[in-house]
Design a protein around this ligand. Structure first.
Ligand code: SF4
Length: 294
C-alpha cells in the first residue's frame, strides 16, 4: 500500500521500500526522556516527556537534528513498547507527551496511545511537527492530540524550496494548521500557565529572511486571528557548511524587527526567546543507540 501520510504522497510500499522521509514500516525512535527546552507552557516544571522519532519529510539545511533525517538512527519500537515508555514518562512526572517529528509514524503512534490510555495514560499529547502534513492526517490524529505545536516556516516558496525541499509549503502548512484550529481551538492554559489544549504556532526567524517572517505573521493574523499563540524562535544556529544567508547568526536587530512585526500586527500571546538560545546546547545529542532516560 502506498504511503500517503504526508503531502509527499510517496508512491512506495514501506514494507519493501523507504519513502522520502527515510522511514520503512518500522517505528524508529532516537531518544525518550524529559526535555526542558520547549516553551514554558510546554516544558512546565518537570519537563516535557519527549519522544524523538527518526526520519523526516523535510530536508531543512539548517536542521539541528540532521542526524535523524535519514530515518536510520535509533531503535525499532513496537506500539506496545512505546506505550510502556509513555506510561513511564507519566510516572516520572512529565508534563505531557511530546511527539517530535512524528508524522511518518502516525499509525504506530495512534496504536501506542490507545494502548497507553488503556493502561492509565492521562497526560496531554503534544504533536510537535514541521507543519508539513495533510489535513487528512490532522483529521486522523484529532482524537489523539490535545496540543498542536506546528512550525510555520515560510511564506516564500523560493525559501521553502531552497532551504527545506518542500513543494507547496505555505499552502500545506496553512491548511494543516487551519484544520488543527478547527479541531482544538486556540491554546488554553491552566492556572499554572501550562498548556492543556489547542494550537501554539512556532516560527524560526532566519538570518536575511525577516521579510518572510513578516509575511508568515501577517498570514497567521489574517487567517487565524491575532489571538493565536505564537512562539517566535531565535535559536537559528549556523551549520559548519552553511551557505549565505544561513552562514551566520541572526542579528539582534533582525530579531527585534521580527518582534516589532508581531506587535504591530496586534499579536499579544507571543513567546519570545533569549539570544543565548542560539546554540547547540539546546539540541539533544543523538547516537546510533536510543537514549531512553526513564
Ligand atoms: S510519510 Fe514518508 S513515505 Fe509517507 S508520504 Fe510522507 S515522506 Fe513519503
Amino acid at each position: 500500500m502506498s504511503c500517503d501520510l504526508c503531502p509527499r504522497r510517496c508512491d512506495v510500499d514501506r514494507h519493501i521500500q523507504r519513502g522520502f522521509c527515510g522511514c520503512d514500516d518500522g517505528m524508529r525512535i532516537a531518544r525518550i526522556g524529559l526535555h526542558r527546552y520547549e516553551e514554558p507552557c510546554i516544558s512546565g516544571a518537570a519537563g516535557s516527556g519527549a519522544v524523538f522519532f527518526s526520519g523526516c519529510n523535510l530536508r531543512c539545511v539548517f536542521c539541528q537534528n540532521k542526524v535523524l533525517q535519514t530515518g536510520r538512527l535509533g531503535q525499532l519500537f513496537t506500539p506496545e513498547a512505546l506505550a510502556q515508555s509513555l506510561l513511564r514518562l507519566q510516572q516520572i512526572g512529565a508534563e505531557n507527551i511530546n511527539l517530535v517529528t512524528p508524522t511518518p509514524h502516525v499509525n504506530g503512534i495512534c496504536r501506542a496511545i490507545d494502548l497507553a490510555r488503556d493502561g492509565g495514560l492521562t497526560l496531554p499529547i503534544v504533536y510537535n511537527t514541521n507543519g508539513y502534513l495533510s489535513v487528512e492526517t490532522v483529521d486522523k490524529l484529532s482524537e489523539y492530540v490535545d496540543i498542536w505545536l506546528p512550525d510555520f516556516k515560510y511564506h516564500d516558496q523560493r525559501l521553502a524550496d531552497r532551504f527545506s525541499s518542500a513543494p507547496h509549503y505555505f499552502e500545506t502548512a496553512l491548511a494543516a494548521i487551519g484544520r488543527m484550529l478547527e479541531h482544538s481551538g486556540q491554546l488554553s492554559l491552566d492556572e499554572q500557565e501550562h498548556a492543556k489544549k489547542g494550537v501554539l504556532i512556532r516560527h524560526l526567524v532566519l538570518p536575511g529572511c525577516v521579510y518572510d517572517t513578516r509575511d508568515v505573521l501577517s498570514a497567521i493574523g489574517d487567517h487565524f486571528g491575532t489571538d493565536t499563540y505564537l512562539s517566535l524562535m531565535h535559536q537559528f544556529t549556523p551549520q559548519p557548511d552553511g551557505k549565505a544567508p544561513l552562514n551566520r547568526r541572526l542579528t539582534k536587530r533582525e530579531y527585534e524587527n521580527a518582534v516589532d512585526a508581531c506587535l504591530r500586527l496586534g499579536f499579544t500571546r507571543v513567546y519570545i526567546q533569549e539570544e543565548r538560545s542560539a546554540t547547540f546546547a539546546y539540541t539533544p545529542a543523538f547516537s546510533d543507540e536510543v537514549s531512553v532516560q526513564l
